[in-house]
Design a protein around this ligand. Structure first.
Ligand code: BF8
Ligand code: SF4
Length: 631
């Protein structure tokens, strides 16, 4: 039985961090906690979104005495333009990630560094896109799928292919609003163009372009990223693994993979399993090689290999502070540049691998599909050779870790639901059992908990409080990103965590054989949640807006998160935010992101920085939707 006492509480996590902080002080190292102090208070104009530096007549800052910039742009125009630029940047990150993965698919061959692991999914996608498969070599199909996917970024005509995956009601909303994204890059370029000095000053129009740009992420870049990653490295399976700093090993070579692009981390993980390198590690006095993940990369490799997870975003420095890491390999996104300097206080080799994320002080090894495996082997060898440089006096690995069951893409969820649909349910391969459980009230609804952790609030605390409350109230939770990592660290992804649940949810978990929080992957995999919610809406026969299903980002911080929030809202799903977006200086923008988008797409933001108030509003929102459905 996993009682509340057996969870790792935020207080326990903070106590471990405090010990590591002491090590940091002793090592004269600086961490984000120190920098938060020097950056506080934050600039009010930036916080409220009313500083414009889109031309060199500025920067212009809006106050009651200076209500317009030099060009005449007011607070609403400036906040909306900044907000759209944030969405465009977030969209670019997920989409460029997908583009890289498509190039890896293009590089695949039977005897190359990368192969196709999920041929069924490849053929299914080719068929969906009208690509011939009959009698063709699987690699010919893969290359044509890759080329077709790459066209989604820059095609001159039409709209994105994956929009057709949405329920017809949603497609109609998008068509009526004129927000069906065209090519992915085009929406990003249009957003930058619209916000260039001397263009759009109308917040309504900027918000609408924000919805369209964000859709090109959710139903474009992110969905491509997820699909192609599954084709390349396999659609995730259920694994039992572990999470938190205790997954680092005192007597093994520790290699950490951090970032987002699985093309890199997959190769590093594979290299750590090579006998020759494991033997080499043993010859250096280690018991073997221990590879662990951080942030979204942790989610990717945990779901495909069961690799253990060291932690989430704000834990990245803690991992190095243990003094037990021989190498940290990073690719793109959410990587603190501070890691380079911090690594210098220890023996850790900090390796960057992408031209997209160059960090001074790192060892830069540009990763290429043609040489990927050899490069990964060289890196792991370098890590092994670093083992005897470890200063054991400085080393402290907090002992805490929790068991986690991970790996629930839509395919696994459907498979598990099929397992309980004996004679009484007609269709296999549907979400009907979940729909029935929600209709009957055994489950009150479902919530997708996503996003980062953030020092603007007590890190991890909001996630923890909200998750516990949702489970106790019979809400099924799906999680991705660093939110899923917090659930891992806390012990809430354990099968045993059902003891945290209300009676209805516990019954469902027992019957279906699932933990109460379903780990669906990295942030790019929120595209899986889109398909899940659309699948449920289809099986229910209602629009997504009617479902007692919502999204929540309690501690979001990145531009990607703003883009995600906007595609979720565009997809008819309310988004509950625990961090305020940087638009407060414009009353019009605050109205637009809450009630304004609701008039357009049927969904909007609900914002509350108090996690207890936020979870109460989620529960109220779900009950309101249930009442409207008459259930
Ligand atoms: O894409 S949850 S801190 S790691 S942005 Fe980053 Fe936020 Fe973590 Fe993954 Ni998502
Ligand atoms: Fe100022 Fe207008 Fe230039 Fe922005 S675009 S910096 S508001 S003059």
């Amino acid at each position: 039985m996993n009682t509340v006492e057996q969870l790792t509480t935020v207080e326990m996590m903070e106590a471990e961090t405090a010990k590591l902080k002491q090590i940091a002080c002793d090592a004269c190292a600086e961490t984000w906690e120190d920098r938060v102090k020097t950056q506080t208070p934050h600039c009010k104009f930036g916080e409220e979104g009313i500083c414009c530096k889109n031309c060199s007549m500025g920067p212009c800052r809006i106050t009651s005495k200076a209500p317009r910039g030099i060009c005449g742009a007011d607070a609403h125009a400036i906040a909306a333009r900044n907000y759209l630029r944030t969405i465009a940047a977030g969209t670019s990150a997920h989409s460029d990630h997908a583009r890289e993965i498509l190039h890896v698919l293009l590089s695949t061959s039977r005897d190359g560094n990368y192969q196709v692991r999920d041929e069924v999914k490849l053929v299914r996608l080719a068929t969906e896109w009208g690509i011939a498969t009959e009698g063709r070599d699987i690699y010919d199909i893969a290359h044509e799928v890759a080329e077709t996917g790459l066209e989604e970024f820059g095609k001159s005509h039409g709209t994105l292919r994956f929009l057709k995956r949405a329920i017809p009601e949603r497609q109609k909303v998008w068509a009526d609003l004129g927000i069906e994204p065209r090519a992915i890059d085009r929406e990003i370029a249009t957003s930058l163009h619209m916000t260039h000095m001397g263009n759009t000053a109308d917040a309504d129009a900027l918000i609408i372009q924000g919805l369209r740009t964000a859709l090109s992420n959710g139903w474009g870049g992110s969905m491509l990223g997820t699909e192609i990653t599954d084709i390349l490295f396999g659609t995730p399976q259920v694994w039992t693994t572990e999470g938190n700093l205790g997954v680092l090993e005192a007597d093994m070579v520790n290699v950490v993979v951090h970032g987002h692009d699985p093309a890199f981390s997959e190769m590093v993980v594979t290299a750590t399993e090579i006998k020759e390198l494991v033997d080499y590690a043993k010859s250096k006095g280690a018991k073997g090689i221990n590879v662990v993940g951080l942030c979204c990369t942790a989610n990717e490799v945990a779901m495909r290999h069961g690799v253990r997870m060291a932690g989430n975003f704000l834990q990245q420095e803690n991992v190095i502070l243990t003094g037990a890491v021989e190498m940290m390999c990073v690719d793109v996104q959410c990587i603190f540049p501070a890691l380079a300097q911090l690594s210098e206080c220890f023996h850790t080799k900090f390796v960057t691998s992408s031209p997209i994320a160059r960090i001074p002080g790192s060892i830069y090894v540009e990763f290429k599909p043609e040489t990927a495996f050899d490069q990964a082997k060289d890196l792991v060898k370098m890590a092994v050779e670093n083992y005897d440089k470890r200063d054991r006096v400085k080393m402290y690995i907090p002992p805490t870790k929790q068991t986690a069951t991970v790996g629930y893409p839509c395919e696994q969820i459907v498979k598990h639901l099929d397992g309980v649909t004996n004679s009484h349910v007609e269709e296999l391969g549907s979400y009907r059992p979940a729909v029935d459980a929600i209709k009957s009230g055994v489950l009150r609804g479902a919530v997708g908990i996503v996003g980062c952790n953030n020092p603007r609030v007590r890190p991890d605390y909001s996630h923890f409080e909200i998750l516990k409350e949702l489970l106790a109230n019979d809400i099924l939770v799906v999680a991705t990103g660093c939110a899923a990592q917090l659930a891992t660290k806390a012990g809430l992804l354990s099968m045993e965590a059902k003891w945290q649940c209300g009676a209805g949810l516990r019954r469902v978990c027992d019957l279906v054989g699932i933990p109460p929080i379903l780990h669906m992957g990295a942030c790019v995999d929120i595209s899986r949640i889109l398909l899940l919610v659309n699948g449920i809406a289809r099986d229910w026969g209602v629009d997504t807006t009617a479902l007692p299903i919502v999204g929540c980002a309690p501690e979001w911080m990145s531009e990607k998160a703003v883009s995600i929030a906007n595609y979720v809202v565009s997809s008819g799903i309310d988004v509950y935010l625990g961090i305020e977006p940087q638009i407060k200086g414009s009353s019009q923008m605050m109205e637009l992101v809450t009630d304004g988008t609701r008039k357009l797409t049927g969904a909007g933001y609900i914002i509350n920085t108090d996690p207890h108030m936020l979870v109460k509003s989620i529960l109220d929102g779900i009950e309101t939707k249930r009442a409207a459905l008459g259930i």
